[in-house]
Design a protein around this ligand. Structure first.
Ligand code: URA
Length: 434
């Protein structure tokens, strides 16, 4: 086979065969196809597209390019959740112990954050002593024993995607549905779960800004998941403003804990319950939505979900007391408030900018090597649709450095737009694809 011939075929609108895609990905991962030829192929795909079968084959070839986690040593149906990423997204920290407390096996691999959307691992390290550097055999043992474990990404999952994504990023070929869907799903499939629940974010703070685009991505990913033999469901969820109120590592952990106690923000609670219900159904633990919802609600009301978080934290070396006494989580030295310059309604919050403010305060990583300050961040006091009076508190800023605080405060004020007319209500769950 010659890469040149495959490029010509795709450029002219042809359909690549499974063996051609497999060969191309294998040779590219091995370094036998140069980046300039793969760039030409990605551009040809960008313009000509890939059909459903090609997209599935591309995903499977990328999945098979590295390690595939074998979770068969863990008893029961393993369900994984994946979010396409957003600001204030602390969902895994609430959802994992919540579903685990009713019997879903959670064996999660997670990453650290880069840029303004923090990673789950960074957030969990707000529990003093918490470690994700556990060995694979301890990881399996912990899931079998207590039903939940998380580890840092140690295995080389889908290295072909890593290489391709870096190439697409610099050749203006990221924005193609088949390429995005195969990129995300190759990693998810390599992580080994039996069922996958996807949270596809949509809105100003999401990778997909438009609803029709988010829908298309969700549909593509569900088709791939099913094509690979996994039960796959996707939810389209709103990311026009940060999720919940808290943005920043320890602040988000506190909000995740409040939610496990039944005292979380309305939008975040609804999201966790919706995804949780689906995970319980996909695991075969309940047959109907209502039954699944009742199980989860009961676990919140009885404190079992919170206790599961404490058990998880302790099993991974963390201070479980911090689950019950959240003042033991990292706290910033100072706080200040941002107030409203006028009367009106909150019409819009530039979501990404709130994330950037948290990053400026020290809560995110500018480079892979940056140290992050777990204690800093922002707690929104007003969200879209809320009425405000002049001088009402819009947000609380938690900080350790005066200069950084001044910079963040200026940007945060610009992120809020206050209007005279009451805006329409925004739902957190926009759609479901299955
Ligand atoms: N995230 C991914 O993992 N891959 C893409 O192609 C786009 C976003």
């Amino acid at each position: 086979m010659r890469m040149y011939d495959l490029i010509v075929k795709k450029r002219n609108g042809g359909v690549l065969e499974a063996d051609e895609i497999r060969w191309m990905i294998k040779q590219y991962t091995a370094g036998n196809i140069p980046d300039y030829q793969m760039s030409a192929m990605m551009m040809a795909v960008y313009f000509q597209g890939m059909d459903e079968k090609e997209t599935l084959e591309l995903t499977l070839a990328m999945r098979d390019s590295g390690d595939i986690l074998d979770l068969s040593g863990i008893k029961g149906v393993k369900v994984d959740k994946h979010s396409t990423g957003g600001v204030g997204d602390k969902t895994s920290i609430t959802l994992a112990p919540l579903v685990s407390s009713v019997g879903v096996k959670v064996a999660k691999m997670s990453g650290r954050g880069l840029g303004h959307t923090g990673g789950t691992i960074d957030k969990l390290e707000s529990f003093p002593g918490f470690s994700t550097g556990i060995l694979t055999e301890h990881f399996f043992d912990q899931v079998n024993r207590i039903g939940i474990a998380i580890m840092g990404q140690t295995a080389e999952l889908a290295p072909a995607d890593k290489k391709l994504y870096a190439l697409r990023d610099v050749t203006a070929t990221v924005d193609n549905f088949s390429l995005i869907a195969s990129s995300i799903m190759s990693k998810k499939l390599a992580a080994g779960a039996d069922a996958i629940v996807l949270d596809v974010k949509c809105g100003s703070g999401a990778f997909m800004k438009k609803r029709e685009d988010a829908m298309r991505l969700a549909e593509e990913m569900v088709k791939i998941g099913k094509g690979a033999g996994k039960s796959t469901t996707a939810f389209l969820t709103n990311m026009d403003q940060p999720l919940g109120f808290a943005v920043g590592n320890a602040l988000e952990v506190k909000e995740a804990i409040d939610t496990l106690k039944g005292k979380g923000p309305e939008d975040f609670t609804k999201l966790c319950l919706t995804l949780g219900i689906q995970m319980v159904l996909s695991a075969g633990i309940a047959k109907e939505e209502k039954e699944a919802e009742e199980m989860l609600q009961k676990s919140i009301d009885s404190g079992a979900a919170l206790d599961k978080l404490a058990e998880w934290v302790e099993a991974q070396g963390g201070e479980k007391e911090a689950v019950y006494q959240t003042e033991r989580l990292p706290q910033s030295r100072y706080t200040t408030v941002l107030t409203s310059p006028k009367d009106g309604y909150i019409g819009h919050i530039t979501c990404d900018e709130v994330g950037v403010c948290s990053l400026i305060l020290g809560g995110g990583r500018e480079t892979k090597e940056s140290e992050i300050d777990l204690s800093v961040g922002i707690v929104l006091k007003k969200k879209i649709g809320d009425p405000v009076k002049e001088n009402d508190v819009l947000a609380e800023i938690h900080y350790n450095d005066e200069q950084k605080c001044i910079q963040a405060k200026e940007r945060l004020l610009k992120a809020y737009s206050i209007q005279e007319k009451e805006p329409g209500h925004t739902e957190i769950i926009l759609d479901k694809v299955m």
